[in-house]
Design a protein around this ligand. Sequence first.
Ligand SMILES: [Zn+2]
Length: 331
Amino acid sequence: MASLNFNDIHTKKKQEKLREMMLNITSQLVKLENKNPYLDSCPICSSNKIQFFVNAYQFDISSCNDCGLLFCNPYPTSEQIHGYYNSEMKSFENQFFKDSFEKRIDIFIPRVKLIQKYKSRGKLLDVGSAIGIFIEALHRANANFNLSCCDISKEACKELAERYPNLEVFQNDFLEMKTSAQYDVITLWDTLEHIVDSKNLLCKTYQLLKNDGIFVFSTPNTDSFEWICAADKHVQILPPGHVNLMNWKCIDILLKNNSFRVIEAFTLNASLDLSYIKKLIKNSEIDPGSIGNFLWEEVFDPDFEKILEEYLIKKKKAGNIVVIAQKIPNQ
Ligand SMILES: [Zn+2]
């Protein structure tokens, strides 16, 4: 597979227009009443070492000094969240996802193969399917799964149901999804960061999995090269869409507390870290001090780039965490 480039996936025009629409929708959403409490302890590790991290799109983000969780504080209400996912901005964004559909398929084909290492058939539920890139990858790989999906967006669900007649579609907040089915595989590709109640999310996933079922997810890694450099200017600080941004420590705590055992875990797509950092340098969006003068120059050398990419993967410091976890059944 060819190296991925940040600008292939996020074109400049898209980024500018999207930011304008983001400012517009979020300025409307923050006017809605929010009675959620300001949290003075961490929703993942319960530490009370909480501090202000940044304000983005008029939402405050806090950080936990113990586990490193970054979270929207207070969390947005479900009204704000529904307003966000069913906004014009989201349709516009989905159009851009559609435009880069083929490039994104390349990201998901290896993920199908990854699942097939552990499960080659059975019932698979994909949570947060959006425009269905993973569903399409499963079809192209002729994967032998009975497919269901769940997404909060009406528009996305309507299109998925039309495109894949055999797909069972739940247009729901996952935590409110009702089914008596039990699944062999539950996938959440870049969805964990969008869900307010991580504990309930893991609890729901646990309930819906068969005893030997696997839970497969990816989420941004805040303990990565791109995050450490970009810090509070990172493009993934995107409330009220992204409400929980994690690192390995947060994920370990979350899985252990909810009876999951990690069977494989790694980070992916270090080339995206590198192309994103290069974009920030070119646009003077980050301070050279944050990555050092050496890296400043060397990151443009293709040899160094290749080595750094391998290094980030080896050290699990690339920007996207992938985890395959197994349910530990109740004794
Ligand atoms: Zn914490």
